[in-house]
Design a protein around this ligand. Structure first.
Ligand code: ADP
Length: 543
């Protein structure tokens, strides 16, 4: 027997309609190349409908892919709603990728329109001859700023000119909820990047679940500084979940340095911010020199994308008086999967015990099933010791990549293998020990590169540390640590080894430590261990 409830589709357009009706006056603030822009959820909806009319006038059809190459801004938000709202597919492209990767991705997606920040005009000019499917090039700027770009790039159109005069009474169509809404390529550390194709249904369900108090905890009381880029994994879904919750959103544009971030946190009374660890390290470095800029309204900081070290969480909490919440997920998961929940028994824990738990990536949120398995696919116990590959399943997790790249990506029971290795403790807290390809295999046992990096960061002179496995004649692989020291500070190998020895098992200690001036990062701001492994593949360990 079926239930007798209404079968209304879950659509992205319902989020902006709701935000307009109920939270219409709530502000959307954006720092753009052409100055600060102050709008509201209502003006966002109005402009998204004008943009929808403009897209249709340009010939965009349901299912067409429309690309963005842009920092976080109100215009990017309008594109999120207008493109998906008309049944086309918003393809967010990461401008930090190499030109060859950008060309590959845009051609693979067969994007028909490209919207981009004026700063990327020279880049797009270079790519243009290689992008046969793109019919229109639109810069996210007003007519005056566009005119300046047109001098050297006459084919560009102005976003504001496109909107002006367009009708704002566009009625969002009732689509099938399984219609594709957005497309995002994962960096693909091996092989070509692969497209994750989100549906309206998966997007709305992910937004609904991630609003929960123990996940992002969004509400109409919050002013959110969205530092995580909208070009990667939908800015952790915040452009959607913030509309559902009616939160104020502040978009920082391209300036993500400590000074610019502090300025916005204070001027926009931000209560919550989301970012990768590197951004928060930059913020702390700035505050060391400018303690008077300490954010006054900030209550919570959400960290994900890479492991947040214990030392980073401890500093943020003590110096900024905030609660740090660790998140984990990936593009294929829309992206949020776990969050550092605080059940009632936390009230009885000491601050050190709480920190031990906050370092873990947290407990799985409702809607995502999660398990760890051994090499034979057998589920491992949740004892906090056994570590294995993390597999996930759920309504906002990919079942296949765009154009079936890589074939089937789920097993017979529908589980997707994340490529991360983790432990899960009896209370359900997952701790990522590594990406499967980064784990160091020494004498048949595994050493966690993340644990070693976190241990090194405890030393006050260490700014960043990376650990990779290097070939060893007896042990197969042994750890090599690369360290960047803070400006004007230093530490010796022996000092660092003794700090590490107090944190990890003796056989985990790196066989060698090298001091370097920089470390390579991927386009999404993560340590590029693939590159490091290539660079140091012939490194001769003293052992
Ligand atoms: P890309 O590889 O293109 O950067 P993703 O953003 O999808 O793409 O990366 C997801 C990966 O980032 C996860 O599989 C995991 O390895 C890593 N990651 C994300 N959050 C965390 C976290 N809190 N701690 C450790 N690793 C994390």
């Amino acid at each position: 027997m079926f239930g007798l409830m209404q079968d209304r589709p879950l659509l992205v357009s319902s989020l902006i309609e709701y935000a307009d009706q109920i939270h219409g006056e709530t502000e959307i603030v954006s720092r753009c190349a052409d100055g600060m822009h102050r709008g509201t959820w209502r003006s966002t909806h109005k402009r998204a409908r004008q943009l929808a009319s403009a897209l249709i006038a340009l010939g965009v059809k349901p299912g067409d892919r429309v690309a963005t190459l842009a920092w976080n801004s109100h215009r990017h938000l309008e594109l999120y709603y207008a493109v998906s709202g008309i049944g086309a597919v918003l393809h967010t492209v990461n401008p930090r990728l190499f030109p060859e990767q950008l060309t590959y991705i845009i051609n693979h997606a067969e994007d028909t329109l490209l919207f981009y920040d004026t700063a990327f005009a020279p880049l797009v000019e270079k790519l243009k001859p290689e992008l046969p499917t793109v019919k229109h090039f639109v810069v996210l700027a007003d007519e005056a700023a566009t005119a300046a770009v047109q001098k050297s790039h006459p084919y560009v159109r102005s976003y504001e000119a496109l909107l002006s005069g367009q009708r704002d009474d566009y009625v969002w169509p009732v689509l099938d909820e399984n219609t594709a809404a957005a497309l995002c390529y994962t960096s693909g550390t091996t092989g070509n990047p692969k497209g994750v194709l989100y549906s309206h249904r998966s997007t709305v369900l992910h937004a609904l679940a991630s609003c929960m108090k123990d996940v992002l905890g969004l509400s109409c009381q919050e002013s959110v500084l969205l530092i995580v880029p909208m070009f990667h994994a939908s800015g952790w879904g915040v452009p959607y979940s913030a509309a559902m919750a009616g939160a104020k959103v502040v978009f920082p544009g391209a300036a993500l340095d400590g000074a610019s971030v502090c300025e916005l946190l204070n001027s926009e009374s931000c209560t919550l911010s989301l970012g990768v660890p590197t951004v928060w390290l930059g913020l702390l470095a700035y505050l060391d020199k400018h303690p008077e800029s300490k954010p006054k309204h900030l209550r919570r900081m959400l960290i994900g994308g890479s492991a947040a070290a214990r030392a980073l969480i401890a500093r943020l909490e003590s110096e900024l008086s905030v609660d740090v919440i660790h998140l984990w997920g990936m593009t294929e998961m829309s992206p949020v999967g776990t969050a550092s929940q605080r059940p009632r028994h936390w009230n009885t824990l000491s601050s050190d015990e709480k920190l031990d738990l906050k370092v873990k990536q947290g407990r799985v949120m409702w809607g995502v099933e999660l398990k760890i398995v051994d090499d034979n696919g057998q589920a491992l116990p949740h004892d906090g010791k056994a570590f294995g590959t993390v597999k996930v399943r759920g309504p906002w997790i990919a079942k296949s990549y765009f154009r079936s790249e890589g074939g089937s990506i789920v097993d017979d029971d529908g589980w997707f293998s994340t490529g991360d290795v983790a432990t899960i403790d009896p209370s359900g807290y997952m701790q990522i020990t590594d990406r499967a390809k980064d784990v160091i295999k020494s004498g048949g046992e595994w050493i966690s590169s993340i644990d070693l990096e976190n241990a090194a960061l405890v030393h006050p002179a260490v700014q960043e540390a990376a650990v990779i496995g290097v070939a060893h004649p007896t042990w197969q692989e042994r750890p090599l640590m690369l360290v960047i020291c803070k400006p004007g500070q230093s530490v010796t190998r022996d000092e660092l080894q003794s700090v590490l020895a107090s944190k990890v098992a003796k056989w985990w200690l790196p066989d060698d430590i090298l001091f370097v001036s920089e470390l390579p990062h991927t386009a999404t701001g993560k340590l590029n261990k693939l590159k490091l492994r290539e660079q140091y593949q012939h490194h001769k360990l003293p052992t």
